[in-house]
Each structure stands twice: as C-alpha cells, then as structure tokens.
Design a protein around this ligand. Structure first.
Ligand code: ATP
Length: 273
C-alpha cells in the first residue's frame, strides 16, 4: 500500500489520513484516432477529509468524468486513484464493487429512491443488501441532521422533491462512508429545496465529519463548499477556498472572457442552464 500524499492535516480526523481521496496523473481518454477525446488530462487532486469540495467548470470540461473515476465508477486510461489508503486503480472488479459499497456514498440528481419502500427503508436499503448491521444511534443522528424525523414512514411519492433528496442524503450518510460523491445533487430542486439540501450536506460535514465531493454548475451551491476546484479541458486550472456565490460567479465569468453566455448560459439568479 502506498500513501499518495503528505499534506497538512485538515484537522479533526484523529489518526486517519487527512486525505479521503487522491488522484495522480489521472488521465481518461475516450475513442481513438481522430475521434479521441481526452476528458481528463493528467489530473492531480487531493480531497481533504471532513471537508466539502465542489467541482466546477464549463460543460464538457471533465467534471463528471473526474467524479466517476474518483468514485471507481469508471476506469482510467492512466494514472492512480486512492480512496483513503486503498489504491482503487489496481483493484479487481469484485473488490472494487465491495469498496464502493462499503466506503462510498452517492447522491444523484434524480433521487434514485425505490417507490415501494418508505423513507426509513430506503435509507437502510444499501446496508440491508450488504447484510450490515444498522447503527441505530447513528441513524437517529443522521435522520435528525437531515430533518426527516417526522417523515420516515412516508413513501417517496408522499414526499416533496427536497424531502426525497434528503432521504437520498440520509441513505448516503447512514452507512458512514469514507466519502460521498454528489452529481449535481440539487440540479432537480427549486432554489428553496436546493438550499435546504445543501444546508444538510453542510451540516453533515460540520457536525458528522463527513467528506463530500459535489459536481455543480451553480455558484450558490458551490458557496456551501469549503473549496471549489475548477476544471477546464480536462485539467484543474484553479481553486478557491471559502467561496462565496459572487466570487464563484465572477470567477466563472472571467473564465468565459466576461461573456455570461459562454461557456454556459446563466439565468437571472446566477445559476447555469
Ligand atoms: N462515454 C463517452 N464517450 C465519448 N466521449 C465522452 C464520454 N463521456 C464523456 N465524454 C467526453 O469527455 C469530455 C468530458 O465529459 P464530462 O461529461 O466529464 O464533462 P462535464 O464537465 O461533466 O460536462 P457537463 O457539465 O456538460 O455534464 C467531453 O468532451 C465529453 O464529450
């Protein structure tokens, strides 16, 4: 086993490494010959444990590809990736599947809940499938953190979009994963419900010590993070610590040469379409 990086501790993580996930020279190419697309071009990245990291960048810059590779959902063309101390780029399928199940939580844009199960059953489903014992005290804390205490018996159709996404957040948190990846987790929510879910993600980092990586187009969503990584053409070209929505928006405009229509289109609230 190799520990990829030695960086100053982010704090609060006891004896554990300060890095929850890392990539070195991560390269991902699709196709070959004239149709070859380099989605990730030798990316080096460290994701701090117990922190909230947002990944931003123009459409096609490689955000989803980076997230999928870091989460072991996609293979790399070159380079190495670690989740905690485990290098995943050398893992065989079965071990990778187990690692994803045990160490990684996912929150997608579409909430991916099972309609026939109630909220509580949806939350514990991954652990039930894995045959893992549910830690009731932890579950209570998670449910309280995401504000679902009165809704556990409800089925997804009896919940609002924001509440459904809170169930998905609780499901991701319940198994105490090493890291949670979110692919535009508030992309399908109106701004109020989105703010609520982002507030709960923030609380799970602050109160529960969770590590979160989130791909987003939305400067307001990014402002909930501790750090924003900016991708362009498959490379990390910039980062921002303690981002504010205005600073993120300004940064996006600067990238697009001051023209808010390129590379993405903004609506009146600074969101991108
Ligand atoms: N399965 C694939 N086959 C071929 N090319 C792909 C594939 N998936 C992604 N790409 C290409 O890789 C590049 C990066 O795509 P990716 O989806 O990671 O970008 P993104 O920043 O997440 O974009 P968006 O914001 O539009 O979701 C793009 O040029 C895309 O066309």
């Amino acid at each position: 086993m190799t520990t990829p990086v030695t960086v100053p501790r982010a704090g609060g993580s006891g004896e554990r490494s300060a890095i929850a996930a890392a990539g070195r020279a991560v390269t991902k190419a699709y196709g070959s010959g004239e149709t070859r697309v380099v989605a990730l071009d030798a990316v080096d990245v460290d994701i701090a444990r117990g922190r909230f990291t947002a990944i931003m960048g123009p459409s096609g810059s490689g955000k989803s590809t980076l997230m999928h590779c870091l989460a072991g959902l996609d293979t790399v063309t070159g380079g190495r990736i670690w989740i905690g101390d485990t290098e995943i780029t050398t893992l065989k399928d079965k071990k990778l599947t187990r690692l994803r199940r045990d160490k990684i939580g996912f929150i997608f844009q579409s909430f991916n809940l099972l309609p026939t199960l109630n909220a509580a059953e949806n939350i514990t489903l991954p652990m039930d499938i894995a045959g893992r014992k549910v830690d009731r005290d932890w579950l209570d804390r998670v449910v309280e953190t995401v504000g679902l205490a009165g809704r556990l018996k409800h089925r997804p159709t009896q919940l609002s979009g924001g509440q459904q996404q809170r169930v998905a957040v609780a499901r991701a948190l319940a198994a105490r994963p090493e890291i949670i990846f979110g692919d535009e987790p508030t992309g399908n929510l109106d701004s109020r419900a989105g703010a609520e879910v982002l507030g709960f993600l923030r609380r799970s980092v602050d109160d529960l010590g969770q590590t979160i990586v989130m791909v987003t187009h939305d400067p307001v969503a990014a402002s909930y993070a501790d750090r924003v990584l900016y991708l362009a053409d498959g490379r990390i070209v910039d980062e921002m610590l303690a981002p504010t929505a205005d600073a993120v928006l300004e940064r996006m405009l600067r990238f697009s040469g001051g023209d808010p229509r390129t590379p993405e289109t903004f609506d009146g609230r600074g969101r991108t379409s």
